[in-house]
Design a protein around this ligand. Structure first.
Ligand SMILES: [Zn+2]
Ligand SMILES: [Zn+2]
Length: 360
């Protein structure tokens, strides 16, 4: 029988006292940190030295959102690159870091200072200047033509900022506005990656975030393209997507951020998304609702959440479809199943539905 005095030993090292319960295992903080790091690096194996030929330089874009997940990702990759420098005096890839300022960030008094602090701490990498969402009109040369499918056109000499604000105010539902904004954000990030010669975007989405995205996409009629949007590897944007945090829950990333002795991480560890349910449902988008739901409820059942993402990845929308094409607005696969799509349309079902909620 176990001696009661030793029963709370870490199950990994069997040396130190356990301080955390992670997926029903008692771990010490050192082993927990190693667990997080190994989960991330396992997903980064395609960016090892071995896969490099000659003097190749690979560049990856890491968009940070100000939340805990992308900052933990940056922290883990920075430590990996520092170890590579120490042992080989070079790195297997370069990181380019980007932060986009969204309309709801306007007026934030801390954003600029926080980003400057991040730039100082991670100065070994290329930290791009803050980018406003309206920069999408400069970096993505097709977007204005593509958005005409939604009935959205620039008025005469309208500035990028006014055009963006008018565009978003044309959405008659909170969900359509959030959807439109997330498409603009995605297209901006991908365009910035292309502009800076990056072969892939490494996203900070945790398993919990991906589960919320999958469920929201299904609810918005974008379910058909889910497997391709959450897959690691080539995307229809012509640039790769990678989700190295996909095996970690958001609560685990918050624990990691609390344990690392770093004020930048400590600041985001407790903030992040609120677990309180939104008060006015009418003013809540499907995306926010599901994110809050998963954060407050889903994490009691982490196994089920992990299954949402795993199962969605395995669905192959193409099999059920008759014709496939790329939607010019969201740049996702159009899955034309019978009875689901406006037969004359060239938009995917999700964008077609969104267009109904845009009054230009
Ligand atoms: Zn341990
Ligand atoms: Zn679309």
């Amino acid at each position: 029988m176990d001696d009661p005095a030793t029963t709370d030993l870490c199950v990994d090292c069997r040396e130190r006292d356990a301080s955390l319960s992670i997926r029903n295992r008692r771990l010490c903080s050192a082993c927990f940190m190693r667990y997080v790091t190994s989960k991330v690096l396992k997903r980064m194996e395609s960016f090892r030295f071995k896969t490099l030929s000659g003097d190749d330089r690979r560049r990856l874009l890491l968009p940070v959102s100000g939340g805990v997940s992308s900052l933990v990702l940056l922290h883990v990759l920075d430590a990996q690159l520092q170890r590579q420098i120490a042992s080989r005096n070079r790195t297997a890839y370069d990181l380019v870091v980007l932060r986009v300022v969204l309309p709801e960030d306007e007026g934030s008094t801390t954003l600029k200072g926080d980003y400057e602090e991040l730039a100082r701490k991670f100065s070994a990498h290329r930290i791009l200047p803050l980018l406003d969402l309206q920069a999408v009109f400069k970096l993505d040369t097709h977007i204005e033509r593509d958005f005409e499918h939604l009935g959205l056109r620039r008025h005469g000499s309208e500035s990028d900022e006014s055009f963006l604000n008018r565009m978003l105010s044309c959405a008659t539902s909170v969900t359509a506005r959030a959807d439109l904004q997330s498409i603009l954000l995605q297209r901006l990030i991908v365009s910035a990656a292309r502009q800076h010669g990056c072969e892939s975007v490494v996203w900070g989405h945790s398993d919990s975030r991906l589960a919320a995205l999958v469920l929201a996409d299904v609810a918005k009629g974008r379910g058909g393209s889910v497997p391709s949007t959450i897959a690691d590897g080539p995307s229809l944007h012509g640039i790769n997507s990678n989700y190295p945090m996909r095996d970690l829950f958001k609560t685990e990333l918050q624990s990691y951020a609390q344990l690392v002795p770093d004020p930048l991480l400590a600041k985001v560890a407790d903030s992040g998304e609120t677990t309180a349910p939104p008060t006015a449902m009418r003013h809540t988008s499907i995306d926010t609702l599901l994110r809050t739901y998963i954060h407050s409820q889903g994490e009691k059942y982490p196994g089920i959440m992990a299954n949402v993402v795993r199962t969605a990845s395995k669905l192959d929308g193409r099999q059920a479809s008759t014709i496939t094409a790329t939607c010019p607005v969201c740049i996702r696969l159009i899955v034309r199943s019978q009875g689901l799509l406006n037969p004359d349309g060239n938009l995917c079902y999700g964008c077609d539905r969104m267009r109904n909620d845009i009054k230009s």
